[in-house]
Design a protein around this ligand. Structure first.
Ligand SMILES: [Zn+2]
Length: 349
């Protein structure tokens, strides 16, 4: 076999007999999407950038906040102070870690109408999200595109991971097949029950190791659901093959990919304390809005990605794509009113 030369930075990677120079080359040629760039996603991105995945596509809708820093590696106090979008902050740090790879950042709120366009062309998707609805959407999009994806989730000290849609594991169920049979979501969210960073690192390690195996030696990929509770010191490997549903609308014989047909919800309560996300199709001219805020002497901060506006009882963040986050409210209707009223005051509609 011809000797393949590699970048010296991957020396230790290539020394591992399962990878070698040929494996490094396969990683360098790979494109991976990381959907969700919070605790799990940021960790995935760092590991894969250091491992020389040639092209990383980062997708997330949030910006860095101080409360993220306990568990979301790579982000800094400065990122939080500047309230940078997570994908931008992450890209800035990844380029410093490995300038030889390509990093594409999408500030986007993923839904049925944009997910396929955002992820298509990649070889593999890594789950970095924090909710089941988004994972079901990922599942539908990946099966439609014939793209393998690696699920991962963690809460408190417990986490799990599974490989879905791997070509040589086609007898295994998809995420939709196992809904109801496995407690994939407790109804709690990260902000209500909390999470320790080690379980996030462990689950991310499982996901990124499976990603490397997929590119270098797919036959050795794990074919079971991995679960681990670090506090109770318990782990399990669960065989899910009996849960495959031949009539599944995602992985069955006549797929319809139901979540790709769903329309965006207009408003949605977020994983956090008293905040609601408003989705609007119409983009906003933030520069113009900022001028109006200046004229009206309304308290605000502005960076090139969003406007942070302080009202008497609420704080509202407006994004270029028309999205808004209203803080200090739990009711989606009240949040819609605050959003609409603000845009009326600023006379943009
Ligand atoms: Zn299925």
């Amino acid at each position: 076999m011809a000797n393949i030369s590699i970048d010296p930075r991957y020396h230790r990677l290539a020394r591992f007999h399962r990878i070698q120079n040929a494996g490094v080359k396969k990683l360098n040629d790979a494109t991976v999407v990381i959907l969700g760039c919070g605790a799990l996603g940021a960790q995935h991105a760092e590991t894969l950038a250091r491992s020389g995945i040639g092209h990383l596509i980062l997708i997330d809708r949030d910006f860095v906040e101080l409360t993220n820093l306990q568990r979301q590696t790579l982000f800094t106090e400065e990122d939080a102070e500047l309230a940078l979008p997570k994908v931008i902050a992450l890209k800035n740090h990844l380029v410093e870690i490995n300038s030889s790879i390509k990093v594409t950042a999408h500030i986007a709120d993923v839904s049925g109408d944009n997910i396929v366009n955002l992820i298509k062309g990649a070889d593999l998707l890594l789950d970095g999200t924090d909710n089941l609805a988004l994972r079901i959407l990922i599942n539908d999009a990946c099966y439609q595109l014939n793209m393998p994806w690696i699920f991962g989730s963690a809460l408190e000290s417990y986490g799990m991971s599974h490989n879905f849609n791997f070509p040589h594991l086609s007898e295994l169920p998809c995420l939709r097949c196992i809904l109801g049979a496995i407690p994939l979501e407790s109804g709690d969210t990260c902000s209500s029950v909390g999470v320790i960073q080690p379980i996030l690192q462990l689950i991310s390690s499982v996901q990124t190791a499976e990603a490397m195996k997929f590119f270098v030696d797919a036959e050795s990929s794990r074919d079971t659901l991995f679960t681990m509770d670090l506090w109770a010191s318990r782990s399990q490997n669960v065989n899910l093959s009996k849960l495959k549903n031949p009539n599944c609308p995602t992985c069955g014989d006549h797929p319809t990919y139901p979540s790709l047909q769903e329309k965006k919800r207009e408003a949605q309560r977020l994983c956090g304390d008293g905040s609601v996300m408003i989705r609007e199709a119409k983009p906003l001219d933030l520069n113009k809005l900022q001028q109006r805020l200046e004229q009206k002497n309304m308290k605000h901060q502005f960076n090139e990605y969003f406007l942070n506006i302080h009202l008497d009882h609420h704080r509202v963040i407006l994004f270029k794509d028309g999205r808004g986050i209203v803080y200090g409210v739990n009711d989606t209707y009240v949040a819609m009113e605050v959003y609409q009223e603000l845009l009326t005051i600023l006379s943009v509609r």
